[in-house]
Ligand binder design. Structure first.
Ligand SMILES: Cc1cc2nc3c(=O)[nH]c(=O)nc-3n(C[C@H](O)[C@H](O)[C@H](O)COP(=O)(O)OP(=O)(O)OC[C@H]3O[C@@H](n4cnc5c(N)ncnc54)[C@H](O)[C@@H]3O)c2cc1C
Length: 388
């Protein structure tokens, strides 16, 4: 039977980064993943699933030697971020306010995963089991026995990085609290008449926000939040019809656009009641699924990865048993509060901006207006959103 220090279930962005960061400590790691990402080709159309990668996530990807390749493939830096409801309360944040070159990059999720996989494949401490699925596991005081479809392997630590509907979380009997939001989101890739933008913006409308994330060259990713029925109606329009609907609903900042691809996603909030059950630890969306309003989901997942790596490194450095369940308990202490704070901030933003009362509307726009006048508050909020 193959034996490992750590088995990671799920080789998505967060699972792959977890595996590499733990292998960096000299531990023997296995990754279990259902399906491999398709390879990158220069002339491929842009994927619909993209993420706004914060500075702190970029630093982690650099540390894992993955960023260098991602950057060579295709990424789009953004230096400014704006948000408004009424034009009079238009608020713009700039990287200059935190003395940085940029605030982050828009990157296709698959390219992040692919680049991490290149590093995994080259790493002597990591075994990749793909295509492979988890069947179940049993844990005792010393190890976890993990049943895969073709064999059983053994590990001291089992990491659940298997996403929002985590099977590992369910098998570990860890419940969640959360809800489905009334709204859904539609992601739309468009070709733009305008040159590449260095700004990402979000306009709050009564029916929900609309946002633009810049992509390399004459491309952009649009996000349209609306109630589920309307998103379902929009999904059934032809690309030409959707184009006209976008021109009507989005601010007149886009120039001419051409719809290339579209898909819709439900919006859910889930928070695991515990991040650990003995030798099982949850990271990324397996632990927390957040409203994507401010693009923080995978950035929180990467912070989990960093925290777990630091915890294990410290224990190893101090000569402690790094897989002792009391040591592992430190991970939840390090991450729960920060994740909860960001989830609650997103909910306040979401419900604050969707409240129909005209008094609340005046208050939220006054808030934005005031934020514009208080540079120290603005730069603090910005640094927090960038994860620095
Ligand atoms: C509309 C939308 C927009 C978003 N925009 C942003 C953004 O701009 N910025 C941002 O930071 N986040 C964003 N997010 C959130 C982000 O996409 C997620 O937080 C992120 O994908 C979570 O990564 P993960 O690796 O934890 O999970 P996943 O990406 O779900 O990966 C889980 C992996 O586990 C594998 N797996 C699952 N079960 C098993 C099993 N039993 N056995 C083996 N393998 C298994 C899956 O195949 C998958 O590869 C957005 C989300 C949505 C819905």
């Amino acid at each position: 039977m193959d034996k490992f220090d750590c088995v990671v279930v799920g080789g998505g962005m967060v699972g792959a980064a977890s595996a590499l960061s733990i292998a960096e400590l000299g531990l023997k790691v296995a990754v279990i993943e259902k399906s491999a990402p398709t390879p990158f080709l220069q002339n491929q159309p842009f994927d619909l699933r993209v993420s706004a990668i914060s500075l702190s996530s970029q630093f982690l990807l650099e540390q894992l030697n993955a960023w260098q390749q991602i950057k060579q493939w295709r990424v789009c830096p953004y230096r400014r971020l704006s948000v408004w409801e009424l034009e009079s309360a238009y608020t713009e944040f700039s990287s200059a306010e935190i003395n940085e070159q940029h605030l982050g990059h828009i990157v296709e999720n698959r390219l992040i995963q692919l680049s991490l996989w290149q590093q995994i494949n080259a790493h002597e401490n990591i075994a990749l089991y793909c295509p492979e699925s988890l069947f179940g596991f049993e844990q005792n005081d010393a190890y976890v026995s993990v049943q895969l479809s073709s064999q059983t392997i053994e590990t001291k630590l089992l990491i659940a990085a298997d996403g929002a509907n985590s099977q590992v979380r369910q098998l570990a009997n860890i419940g969640t609290t959360g809800w489905d939001y009334q709204q859904a989101a539609m992601l739309i890739n468009v070709e733009t008449e305008l040159n590449q933008q260095d700004i990402t913006w979000q306009h709050f409308r009564e029916s929900g926000p609309v946002a633009m994330l810049p992509m390399l060259g004459h491309h952009a990713s649009l996000v349209w939040y609306h109630d589920k029925e309307e998103i379902s109606r929009l999904s059934n329009l032809s690309n030409e019809q959707l184009q006209s609907a976008i021109i009507e609903a989005f601010p007149a900042k886009l120039g001419k656009i051409n719809v290339i691809d579209k898909a819709s996603f439900p919006l859910t909030r889930r928070h695991a009641n515990q991040y650990q059950n003995q030798r099982v630890v949850l990271v990324g969306d397996a632990a927390h699924t957040i409203n994507p309003l401010a693009g923080q989901g995978v950035n929180l997942g990467f912070k989990d990865v960093k925290a777990l790596q630091e915890l294990l490194a410290k224990a190893i450095g101090e000569g402690k048993c790094w897989h002792d369940i009391d040591v592992l308990a430190g991970y939840e202490k390090a991450r729960r509060r920060d994740n909860l704070l960001m989830m609650s901030a997103m909910d306040m933003l979401y419900s604050g901006f969707s409240h129909p009362s005209s008094l609340i509307k005046i208050l939220r726009n006054t808030g934005l207006f005031m934020a514009n006048k208080l540079p120290s508050l603005k730069s603090k909020a910005l640094a927090y959103a960038c994860g620095i």
